[in-house]
Ligand binder design. Structure first.
Ligand code: HEM
Ligand SMILES: *[C@@H]1O[C@H](CO)[C@@H](O)[C@H](O)[C@H]1NC(C)=O
Length: 481
């Protein structure tokens, strides 16, 4: 009795919702038609072409029910290099051309501000540099850039090598299949810690790692303060990370250490009036950099493992280059030098081609701070804009036969703004040199001393949230001897 009553209430509710949606749909169509007319009369710039889908829900469902790359590519085919859509509750203009990306990120960057959901901002920390523009952003960015400059990271080579070798040894001694992506994440986290804190005491490192993995689980879960949910646990873990960082900071202050790592750069900063950064600003940026460094680097490394595994000729070619370096280090008895890492041209091209093929950052988001006109189209104030890196990287006009893995295409520099794996302009990736250095060092040890077999080599992709091979690429490793 009770069940059927509640079912019929549910049905009634559902039919009302359908009716409401239909009503909204028709009504909003009328509204947009009317507005289009008004714009035509005044001959103001018009909105870009494209469909906005259902109101509120917009095209979010399409985006999530199919491969996002197919979603963007089919839009581009239909509407061209600029089109509008509606995702996650926001009206938005997508730009799939090099000029469009440059307009938003470089030449007119001041008309667009970074934009992230508030819930994510709270998890990373509102003072982290990616959420800011203007003076504060420039200030923090300088500190981050200095701590990741070639002069600083070249000193990290021996420590990175130690991390690489101990990771590879641990995968072999596991004696079974490992989830390559998860393992690459551990490696990338450790190198992130190195660049932020230098050689950090082991128990701080473990505490940060445990608590950070809780933060991470909350990042892609539904944001609610209800106790026991992933999101609220993540906020608590974040608080503990802040406490750990404060403890590390006060220890350093006691010992008056002047380190060259990011923490050192931030602790030494004084403005014109001698004011320092607050612990909160420092902690938010430390967490921000660890966040920016980990999954990105790990995703690309996992793709490289797959690309090399799937193409034995490619593997042989990269091995030939790396064996020569291996001999020069007296079979690994000497650490790699900075000069040697700068002189691995083929390996470097393989890395660039992997970055292009995988395009793990498929697009980015900004928000128009005023009405902006681009190529005769209006981008209204408050709308999101999305430069679509992946579409540009996979456009045959700029990268012929885009679906072939072909490192030789990088023997010539790509045309301006057609290759942006690290973004462009004031918010472009300050960690790009460190990311490439990690990859060079890992590839060096991997191909000279180890072999590996991908166990479940399907061609699927999972979004976590960056694209990675399905199931994190289950792989088994052996030492060559
Ligand atoms: C292969 C690895 C990586 C890729 C593909 C990558 C890609 C990117 C991209 C595309 C952006 C710009 C986002 C935008 O404009 O909205 C960015 C920003 C950033 N990346 Fe990376 N990144 C990688 C590794 C790293 C590493 C290792 C670090 C630090 C150790 C790092 C730190 C940052 C920071 C701090 C920002 C924000 C810069 C700002 O807002 O001014 N990234 N990254
Ligand atoms: C998180 O950090 C705290 C210190 O603030 C530490 O006691 C704890 O063991 C860490 N790990 C977890 C899972 O809470």
């Amino acid at each position: 009795m009770e069940i059927s009553a509640s079912i019929s209430t549910l049905l009634l509710l559902l039919s009302w919702m359908c009716f409401l949606l239909l009503f909204l749909f028709l009504f909003s169509n009328l509204l947009t038609k009317k507005r289009d007319k008004v714009e035509n009369v005044a001959s103001k710039p018009k909105l870009p072409p494209g469909s906005m889908g259902w109101p509120y829900v917009g095209e979010t469902l399409q985006l999530y029910s199919q491969d996002p790359n197919i979603f963007f590519a089919s839009k581009q085919k239909r509407y061209g290099e600029i089109f509008k859509t509606h995702i996650l509750g926001c009206p938005c203009v997508m730009l799939a051309s090099p000029e469009g990306a440059r307009f938003v990120l470089v030449t007119h960057a001041h008309l667009f501000k970074p934009t992230y959901p508030k819930s994510k901002e709270k998890l990373i920390g509102p003072s982290a540099l990616f959420f800011h523009q203007g003076h504060y952003h420039t200030l923090i960015r300088k500190l981050v850039q200095n701590s990741l400059s070639p002069d600083t990271i070249r000193r990290l080579i021996p420590d990175i090598e130690t991390e690489v070798v101990s990771s590879l040894e641990s995968w072999v001694s596991a004696g079974h299949v490992v989830n390559a992506f998860q393992e690459m994440k551990k490696f990338s986290f450790n190198v992130g810690i190195l660049s932020v804190f230098g050689n950090l005491e082991g128990n701080y490192r473990d505490q940060l790692k445990e608590n950070y993995s809780i933060v991470e689980k909350g990042y892609n879960s539904f944001p609610t303060m209800i106790r026991g949910t992933s999101y609220s646990k993540a906020l608590l873990a974040r608080k503990r990370i802040r406490e750990i960082i404060s403890e590390i900071i006060s220890k350093r202050k006691e010992q008056r250490l002047m380190e060259k790592d990011l923490l050192g750069h931030m602790l030494n900063y004084r403005d014109e009036k001698g004011k320092t950064l607050t612990d909160e600003q420092i902690a938010d940026n430390v967490i921000g950099v660890l966040f920016a460094a980990q999954d990105t680097t790990a995703s690309v490394l996992t793709w490289i493992l797959k690309y090399l595994h799937d193409d034995q000729k490619l593997l042989e070619a990269i091995k030939a280059e790396q064996m020569a370096v291996y001999e020069a280090t007296e079979q690994g008895k000497m650490p790699l030098t900075w000069g040697q890492t700068r002189n691995m041209p083929f390996t470097h091209r393989v890395i660039l081609e992997s970055l292009r093929m995988a395009s793990i950052i498929s697009f980015t988001f900004r928000e128009a701070v005023v009405d902006v006109e681009y190529k005769g189209y209006l981008i209204p104030k408050g709308w999101k804009v999305m430069p679509l890196f992946r579409n540009i990287h996979h456009n045959p006009e700029f990268h012929p036969a885009p679906h072939n893995f072909d490192p030789s295409r990088f023997e010539m520099a790509p045309k301006p703004n057609t290759f942006m794996p690290f973004g462009n302009g004031v918010h472009s990736c300050p960690g790009n040199e460190l990311a490439k250095l990690n990859m060079l060092i890992l590839i060096h040890h991997l191909v000279t001393k180890f072999r590996w077999e991908v166990v479940e080599n399907q061609n699927g992709v999972q979004y976590s949230p960056f694209p990675v091979p399905l199931h994190g690429l289950p792989t088994r490793f052996w030492r060559n001897d």
